[in-house]
Design a protein around this ligand. Structure first.
Ligand code: C2E
Ligand code: CA
Ligand code: CA
Ligand code: CA
Length: 279
């Protein structure tokens, strides 16, 4: 038994070492990636459910590593968050987003809103507001076209500071959306605590609205509650026409998901907007 335990331990620690190794490897490469310009912002269209028109996009980070290929944010954002790289990386994302909004001050694109994800560290660090002010000013951007997505869990790490930050953002006219709504422990107190513009109903609720009556009730009630508080609602992860029809029947304002399009390079998104404007 003793030797077996020892063997298990060795097996376990070998697996841990591999995980630690991959982590260290990715962490080193992440810092280089910023210098080497290996990141790209993909855009996923957001659709007005009443008119079926594209009203904007969510910016989603992609990392093209020369050897590893495309690395998804679920693999590197947590590492970036822990190592502190998320601060320069988050600044890069905002800078790139401002560049896009600047370029969109053009015929056929000037109405588009861009939603950007903020990490917990970014929200609670001191540099965010001055950086945003500089970017909006230097790029001549209408703040109402920039939306910042903050998850419940990020805001709840420090509710007092989050409250102040969200008020500062909204006093500038920047929009605020609560991401992954319904997945935290305190979704309802969130609505009471924070001044926001929109909630994003999490994909995990949307996924089963056709098959799980509880999820259908939760989604319908969430939309009604949000509307009665004067908030708009976007549903994420919409994959089927039945989901879209359900959401539309419940007066959900907007939708985003593979039914419409996967996240794509900016040029492709812009072409899609131009095309949909013509037809
Ligand atoms: P999120 O903010 O909840 O983003 C939505 C995720 O759902 C995206 O994954 C998107 O590609 C995916 N998605 C969209 N529609 C569908 C659908 O119909 N079905 C399914 N199955 N998935 C769909 P992605 O791009 O891999 O991003 C994962 C997470 O990484 C994001 O979740 C966000 O938390 C984080 N992330 C991405 N970009 C950034 C960034 O610039 N900054 C920060 N801090 N986090 C980011
Ligand atoms: Ca998001
Ligand atoms: Ca989300
Ligand atoms: Ca998510």
């Amino acid at each position: 038994a003793k030797s077996q335990g020892r063997g298990n331990f060795q097996f376990f620690s070998a697996a841990m070492n591999a995980a630690t190794h991959e982590r260290l490897l990715l962490e080193n490469r992440l810092w280089q990636a910023l210098e080497r310009n290996e990141f790209e912002l993909y855009l996923q269209p957001q659709i007005d459910l009443a008119t079926q028109r594209i009203i904007g996009a969510e910016a989603l980070l992609r990392w093209h590593h020369p050897e590893l290929g495309m690395v998804g944010p679920d693999r590197f954002i947590p590492i970036a968050e822990e190592s502190g790289l998320i601060l320069p990386l988050g600044d890069w994302v905002l800078q790139r987003a401002a560049g896009l909004l600047h370029a969109w001050r053009a015929p056929g694109l000037a109405h588009l809103r861009l939603a950007v994800n903020l990490s917990a560290r970014q929200c609670h660090g001191p540099g965010l507001l001055p950086h945003l002010d500089r970017l909006l000013h230097s790029h001549g951007i209408d703040p109402a076209l920039l939306e910042l997505e903050i998850t419940e869990s990020a805001a709840m790490q420090d509710p007092e500071r989050s409250r102040t930050l969200l008020n500062e953002l909204r006093s500038r006219g920047i929009k605020v959306a609560i991401d992954d709504f319904g997945t935290g422990y305190s979704s309802l107190s969130y609505l009471k605590l924070f001044e926001i513009d929109r909630i994003k109903i999490d994909r995990s609720f949307v996924k089963d609205i056709e098959t799980d009556p509880d999820d259908a009730v939760i989604v319908a009630a969430t939309i009604a509650l949000a509307h009665s508080l004067g908030l708009e609602v976007i549903a994420e992860g919409v994959e089927t026409e039945a989901q879209r029809d359900f959401l539309r029947s419940k007066q959900c304002d907007e939708a985003q998901g593979y039914l419409y399009a996967k996240p794509m390079p900016a040029a492709q998104f812009e072409a899609m907007v131009h095309q949909s404007g013509v037809s």
